[in-house]
Design a protein around this ligand. Structure first.
Ligand code: IPM
Ligand code: MG
Length: 354
């Protein structure tokens, strides 16, 4: 199969972790006889420094003309403490999501048997946890009207959702729930927010069309508690942009490290595959970051963008083996910790030999 990829390493640890994922992708392409081609694009702070725009047109056309996008991370501390910066790396990520129409971000949360002791949560609570968080990605407070008034002394961000936006994300969530354990948890704050009441109204209307799926409604504060108290009770969870951002960082503690969770952003144009973690600037260039979230994002790419299940499984099996055999980075190591590049090489080697 022809696999034409856009590779956007971005900032911080982005380039290092993307390099490891590309080792796995290259080996898979050779092993399964795919015609792989790829091109790198600029994004984030790196793109601001070079061309003054965190998601330049050239990067957008590269994405539009590719079959899938593999994305590293963006963000740079020099912008974080400067609320007056007029252009920020994160705007690049948001522009990419919006322009590619990536309205759904799929974040699977699962545990690895050999890492159960790495979670700050007790083994008996998390063992067997396996759920999918579906985060709406192109609406809500991230994209609503925002601004300042009263000479800059009042600031506002508006949380806006249309019925169409809610219907399309819920439809997708129901499809996923139908293929899994047939339970959908709709997370909102309908006791306070009008936008959440529309979400719940739409969900209640749609639920009757999916009689084999159990629809459950949960307020986001309660969901934040239940995710770490009874993670096994969730199958598919669907929620708005900001709640999904927060809940999935929280959910990563179940797995044991933020460096393990992959994601797929899908929608109207080319899909993007990216780790849920950020650019981890303190580790940039040190060869210590965990490449697994990005490597597993590449596995999601084979699954979602190309429907190549065997290829996806080969990557996941290699990652599981690296954990069982202890070829892991410092965030999850018990004894000796390996470098980012060593873990990446080990995983690519394993794929080649199995
Ligand atoms: C994520 C990140 C981004 C978000 C940031 C970097 C803008 O936290 O993908 O979860 O808030 O969506
Ligand atoms: Mg986030």
């Amino acid at each position: 199969m022809k696999l034409k990829l856009a590779i956007l390493p971005g900032d911080g640890i982005g380039p290092e972790i993307i390099e490891q994922a590309m080792k796995a992708v290259t080996v898979i392409a050779e092993k399964f006889n795919h015609d792989l081609s790829y091109e790198y694009g600029l994004t984030g702070a790196t793109a601001i420094d070079q061309v003054g725009d965190p998601y330049p047109d050239s990067t957008h056309s590269l994405c539009m003309n590719s079959d899938a996008v593999l994305f590293g991370a963006i963000g740079d501390p020099k912008f974080d403490n400067n609320p007056k910066a007029t252009v920020r790396p994160e705007q690049g990520l948001l522009a990419m999501r919006k322009k590619l129409g990536l309205y759904a971000n799929i974040r699977p949360v699962t545990t690895f048997q050999s890492l159960l002791h790495k979670s700050p949560l007790r083994r008996e609570l998390i063992e067997g946890a396996d759920f999918l968080c579906i985060r709406e990605l192109t609406g809500g407070i991230y994209f609503g009207e925002k601004g300042r008034k009263d000479n800059g002394n009042t600031a506002y961000d508006t949380n806006t959702y249309t019925r169409e936006e809610i219907v399309r994300i819920l439809k997708l969530a129901y499809e996923f729930a139908g293929k899994r354990r047939k339970k959908l948890t709709v997370v909102d704050k309908a006791n306070v927010l009008e936008s959440s009441r529309l979400w719940r109204e739409v969900a209640q209307e749609m639920a009757v069309n999916y009689p084999d799926i159990k629809t459950e409604y949960m307020f986001v504060d309660n969901a934040a508690m239940q995710i770490i108290q009874w993670p096994r009770n969730f199958d598919v969870m669907v929620t708005e942009n900001m709640f999904g951002d927060i809940l999935t960082d929280e959910a990563s503690v179940i797995t044991g490290s933020l460096g393990l969770l992959p994601s797929a952003s899908i929608g109207i144009h080319t899909s993007v595959f990216e780790p849920i973690h950020g650019s981890y600037p303190q580790a940039a260039g040190k060869d210590i970051a965990n490449p697994v979230a990005t490597i597993l994002s590449a596995a999601m790419m084979f699954e979602y963008a190309f429907n190549l299940q065997e290829e996806a499984k080969a990557i996941r099996d290699a990652v599981t083996a690296s954990m069982e055999q202890g070829f892991v980075t410092e965030d999850i190591a018990d004894g000796q910790a390996y470098k980012t590049s060593e873990a990446g090489n080990w995983i690519a080697d394993y794929i080649e030999k199995h």
